[in-house]
Design a protein around this ligand. Structure first.
Ligand code: ATP
Length: 318
């Protein structure tokens, strides 16, 4: 049996003259946490709607657990095991939190007993009988998460899940995501907030103007982008000879604040640099900064923009 949860093959989606997706091919394995990243209008929501079977592609194929999400009869049951938190979920203001969850549970044929447990997990049990119109933004977001987690989903799609959540609730959300992943769930996170997300994901997909710019694990993307890591060294490096020959090996060196060295190089130099620094006797501290998801994301978008203007220039010249 395939362990693939989602596959797009050359998927295109046109809304009149707007091409929301333009030949997108991607795959997501079961049990992975994947970030779907992209600027406004990149095509994230369109992709999600296709996964949920709400939209059919203009061309190309979409498969969810091997089925066509917009057509297959098998999807009726599968859909009950899919959780979705849209970016702007609205609730009936007069219903209480508990009634709201009961309403969603009926739509998904979910077990009644789960409801209080879910309310507790998202920290809303104390407010379960209060009307939703009295909830704060963060409380509404927690309620949205609770409804997405009904039926212990096999596939969970969360659009901007941390918006409105305080740091404690954000940490709890990632703990829950990790727990669902351990149970075999596949999780897609759509987000504009990149900081803090990378340690919780297995892979990232970067979309721009309906096209995939990059997909892979953070390690793979770092390798492909060849962005430098930096090592900040506090204290004295005695082996000046070693330091002086570093630039010839592709490691740039800087001495700042009268007491700190900054070494920048491709990540592949990390171990050999640390090994050499380990021989030094007068080093007080070392900080290693690997390229962040944010810098990787910026790299691919900037490269894409530059290639776009190159293409335009060529067309113009012709
Ligand atoms: P955001 O981060 O702003 O939510 P997104 O990446 O989710 O953006 P989409 O909502 O998928 O982007 O939109 C992709 C493109 O398709 C945009 O140009 C959008 O205007 C267009 N689009 C999406 N839905 C429709 C529609 N129903 N009719 C016309 N155009 C649409």
């Amino acid at each position: 049996m395939s362990s693939e949860a989602i596959r797009f093959d050359r998927v295109a989606m046109d809304f009149g003259k707007v091409q929301a997706l333009d030949g997108v091919s991607l795959h997501i394995e079961q049990g992975q946490v994947v970030a779907l990243l992209g600027h406004n209008g990149a095509g994230k929501t369109t992709s999600i709607k296709m996964i949920l079977g709400i939209l059919r592609p203009t061309s190309g194929t979409v498969r969810v657990f091997g089925n066509d999400p917009a057509n297959d009869i098998n999807m009726t049951e599968l859909r009950k095991q899919m959780g979705y938190l849209p970016e702007n979920l609205s609730f009936y203001p007069q219903l209480s939190g508990r009634e709201t969850l009961q309403y969603f549970a009926r739509l998904k044929d979910a077990d009644k007993q789960q409801q209080d447990q879910l309310l507790e997990e998202v920290g809303l049990l104390h407010a379960a009988d209060r009307r939703v119109k009295t909830y704060s933004k963060g409380m509404r977001q927690r309620l949205g998460l609770a409804q997405a987690m009904l039926n212990q989903p096999k596939l969970l799609v969360l659009d901007e899940p941390t918006v409105g959540l305080d740091p404690v609730a954000t940490r709890e959300l990632y703990n829950k995501i990790e727990q669902l992943k351990q149970q075999g769930a596949t999780i897609i996170l759509c987000s504009h907030v990149l900081s803090g997300i990378e340690e919780h994901i297995d892979r990232a997909l970067i979309l721009s103007a309906g096209k995939i710019l990059a997909q892979g694990s953070i390690e793979e993307l770092r390798k492909e982008a060849q962005l430098p890591m930096t090592i900040r060294v506090r204290g004295k490096i005695a082996n000046k000879e070693w330091l002086e020959q570093l630039p010839a090996q592709g490691v740039s060196t800087q001495f700042v604040n009268g007491s700190q060295y900054i070494l920048s190089a491709a990540a592949s130099h990390k171990i050999s640099l640390l090994h050499a620094l380990g021989q030094e006797k007068n080093i007080e501290d070392i900080d290693i900064n690997m390229p962040t998801l944010e810098s990787i994301y910026t790299y691919y978008n900037t490269r894409n923009k530059a290639e776009g203007s190159d293409r335009q220039a060529v067309t113009h010249d012709e």
